[in-house]
Design a protein around this ligand. Sequence first.
Ligand SMILES: Nc1nc2c(ncn2[C@@H]2O[C@H](COP(=O)(O)OP(=O)(O)O)[C@@H](O)[C@H]2O)c(=O)[nH]1
Ligand SMILES: [Mg+2]
Length: 399
Amino acid sequence: MNNNSYFNTDNNSFSGIDLLSAVKDCFDKIALSTGNLKHLNIMLVGKSGVGKSTLINNLFRERLAQTGGVRPVTHDITGYSKPNFPLTVYDSRGFELNKLAQKNIKKQITSTITKCASTGRSDDAVHCLLYCINSGSRRIEPEELNWIRELTSESYILKVPVIIVLTQSYSAPYTKQLSDFIYSQNLGVNAVVPVLAEDYDLGMGQCVSRYGLDNLISEIERTLSDDLTATLANVQTASAELKQRKASLIVTATTAEAAAAVAVTPLPVADSVVLVAIQSKMLAEITTIFGLGISKSFISLFLSTALGTSGATVGGRALASALKLIPGIGTAAGGMINAGVAAAITSAMGNAYIQLMTMILNDQILPDELDSNANIEKIFSVIDRSFRLQNTNDNFKSV
Ligand SMILES: Nc1nc2c(ncn2[C@@H]2O[C@H](COP(=O)(O)OP(=O)(O)O)[C@@H](O)[C@H]2O)c(=O)[nH]1
Ligand SMILES: [Mg+2]
């Protein structure tokens, strides 16, 4: 146990923390946890012009359909991916062609799914098939209905869930008519989800706002195994709720871990270096879930504001540690903290970080503009509020 790393009651900070190495440690952990994400593979099926490219460009944070690494898989199937991006989208072309060509494409789709499954590696398998139908198409040909039935019975063997996406659903009556019809056909699909991926201009100054992408993400999530939902949270941009929910689970788990780490040492001794290492891992995992590019100066500002590092300044202003806001910390006997306080600090940090990631996601904070006072004020006030809200006693009971 390092006697220099106890909580310092004089300046409300962890005196043993080397901020630079804590930031580096956090960055290494971001690379590690991002690298550990399982690879997700999604197959898109549907006629040309239904809106497949528009859909994927609006669901995911990388514009795969335009700028991605394009790889022909078969004559009519293209794989879109990007380096260091744990998603591949397979897009099938020419589905509206003559019967012979259609038959050929169907074969290519099933053979691609089979081939992807044949390696036995989860990273290669097609995990979900999005079957896109334009909501404006008033009727679906019997061949198409039969093909979906074949696909769901086939995919039962191949274990690929099928979701029908009703694209370009800007007209409520058409959408309802089509989805009622599809439900009446008992196609064996996992879900039928209407979406409008981009705002639709009806003319005469009327515009239908985009909607439904978050529902689609929820439905995709329901079809995936637990380890792939972290990847989905990372690659998608349509559901902040999924990111927040996954991140909250990380905070809960890390809060318990922090309390346990402190509890195993002879109480009330706490090694803050161990604690900060655990908290860095939490921040890294949350960053990965949000899929945001975060700068070292942002992490540095966050850690120094939350934990207090003596002498840290931002914009010429001395940082006051948020730690003093934790009930009980002022009475930390002999500068040593207990499991309840460790849990409270960790939980306050995690919740503040989730709020900040959400604000960055919504462009309310620009993480690269840390020299802007307005930005810094927002970051300070989120951390401040989260620490004030923290109730040590509640945390102590829960661990
Ligand atoms: N406004 C709007 N236009 C869409 C939407 N989905 C597709 N489109 C339009 O429909 C056309 C075909 O879409 P695209 O994504 O290229 O279809 P794909 O052939 O299935 O990839 C394009 O002109 C899109 O702008 C949508 O959700 N909103
Ligand atoms: Mg396309």
